[in-house]
Design a protein around this ligand. Structure first.
Ligand code: SAH
Length: 228
């Protein structure tokens, strides 16, 4: 990239961070978070969103909106990526599972904050392109696999955080099992193309659980057990 092009990207990325901050304030009464952790904002500023988009959408890479990534799937709005990441309360020791690798963008954002990110994608073409992209960009603490995320990733469990980036009709029982006591899961729940809510599911250290519905959202559907 030329220095001029780089400056233009930096400016757009700063605007994106400002929009995230203002939407965080606006939604604070629902999410319980007035502002996101500086580490989350730094990661959002660092990961080049334009590198995760098809050519025809790069122009809008830093707009605060979801964008198509092919195969009927979308990369989430940056504010939603930041919010879901923030809600996980990750530390540099955290092991995270993502369901729905898509472009790999959300996994890249998580990888700056956690020790290790495991990410599952069910569409082979998206799995392959995201895996190549993440490797090329040097995100070496992310491991991907092509399978049905409804079942989680038992061999790598338990996880400190689980993030599901497609809407499920219910919280998959395998994901509840694979969450560590003290762990947090963020997942949109609702019927495809109907009312969905972003849920925060917490497993306390004593094993008790509670779920909070935070915000109305619109996600592509999670392919459930029988047809993934
Ligand atoms: N997090 C992605 C965007 C996710 S879009 C990003 O940052 O780009 C939702 C993704 O979930 C799609 O790629 C879709 O193919 C995938 N998906 C849907 N159901 C799934 C399932 N059961 N297991 C794994 N991936 C699934």
């Amino acid at each position: 990239m030329t220095p001029v092009a780089k400056d233009a990207v930096n400016k757009k990325s700063i605007q994106m961070l400002e929009q995230i901050a203002s939407e965080a304030k606006f939604t604070a009464s629902m999410t319980g978070r007035k502002a996101f952790d500086d580490r989350v904002i730094d990661s959002m500023g660092e990961v080049p969103r334009e590198k995760f988009l098809p050519l025809n959408n790069k122009l809008f890479a830093y707009a605060n909106r979801p964008l198509p990534i092919g195969y009927g799937q979308t990369i989430s709005q940056p504010y939603i990526v930041a919010l879901m990441t923030d809600l996980l309360d990750l530390t540099t020791e955290s092991i995270v599972l993502e369901i729905g690798t898509g472009s790999g963008y959300q996994a890249a954002v998580l990888s700056r904050l956690a020790k290790k990110v495991y990410s599952i994608e069910s569409i082979a073409e998206l799995f392959e392109s995201a895996t190549k992209r993440l490797k090329k960009l040097g995100y070496d603490n992310i491991e991907t696999r092509c399978s049905n995320g409804y079942e989680g990733w038992g061999e790598k469990a338990p996880f400190d955080g689980i993030i599901v980036t497609a809407a499920a009709t219910h919280i998959p029982p395998a994901l509840i099992d694979q969450l560590k006591p003290g762990g947090r899961m963020v997942i949109p729940v609702g019927m495809p193309h109907m009312h969905q809510e972003l849920m925060l599911f917490v497993k306390e250290l004593d094993g008790s659980t509670h779920t909070d519905a935070l915000l109305d959202v619109a996600f592509v559907p999670l392919v459930m057990e029988e047809n993934a």
